[in-house]
Ligand binder design. Sequence first.
Ligand code: SF4
Ligand code: SF4
Length: 358
Amino acid sequence: MVSKVYFIKASLSQGEQAISQKARRLFKTGGFEKCFRENDFTAVKIHAGEGPNTTYIKAPCIKGLVEELQKLKTKPFLTDTSTLYVGRRHNAIDHAVLAAEHGFSIDVLGIPFIAADGLWGNSETAVEIDGELNKVVFIASDIVRCQSILSIAHFTGHVATCAAATLKTFGMGCSSRKGKMRQHSALKPNTNDNCVRCGECAKYCPADAITIDDVKAHINADKCIGCAECLTVCRFDAIQYDWGAENAILQKNIAEHAKGVLKGKESRAVFFNFIMSVTEDCDCFDKPNMSKIVDDIGIVASTDPVAVDKAALDLVENKSGKKLAELIDNDKLNPMYQFEHARSIGLGSTDYKLIEVE
Ligand code: SF4
Ligand code: SF4
């Protein structure tokens, strides 16, 4: 199967209003209105950007898309779920406040932000799938209950999955805490002799799994839930894990949870990847002004979540002339695990036709 992926060139230097109009043009050209019905509760899945992160896709960039949903008389709501790690998006209340501070609010977009997994991230629905690793996945209840989904993803690198875009946003970002923990369960990091005992990893560890003695930090494997937060915050390359085997399992788990998210809504979902401000780490990283690893490229959109990610990856690698793993300085990672597994379980196609929109 060859899926259609619509593409429009865009750069943040053109301004947020221009980006919004370009996204709207893709929506119309792609004929995506057919995926939404009057009175649908439509989840607009966003990432509000962790704390001081400044490279997330800004709220005004999606205003045109929200307006298109409103014209169709759906009931759109901005949504995301609680993170495993301790931060500003760790529970629904802090998350909603942060989202509003970052412009994802009624004031700016005319629709509310509602966390899909309840106050504490445990409002979940068990969804049966026929996956290789999972027969049941745990998805945020209000994602399961809504009738249609508009997914807004920001294409970036990622410390454990290489690429973070639609499948990652979906599989991980629409799962409950339990679902997230099950996806991460294969990741079991260790510390090495580079450790300088700075304590950052222990501060961020959501499972209280890290202790620091006179020599170095130690990870209690029985407590560790594999969230990879320590990998993200350690600046001394002192946390390691088996990148090859474990990132493949993590990515397969992500694809299988994405399958659970979409179950019953396969023709009621549209996926946008914004390929601009492409950074080495994802928007969960609470650092301002992270450097771009490639110049802004544009926006891709499709009804196929696999094709839209593969197209975004190809655009990034073609533009830079480098593999994404090389761009994020970790050649042990391979983003294809998630795409190939998603394809094998019937989530979409890695073959696509790119249709450029002026
Ligand atoms: S963040 Fe890194 S260097 Fe600091 S204590 Fe943890 S493992 Fe050691
Ligand atoms: S030790 Fe690292 S991977 Fe394990 S739970 Fe703590 S922060 Fe997450």
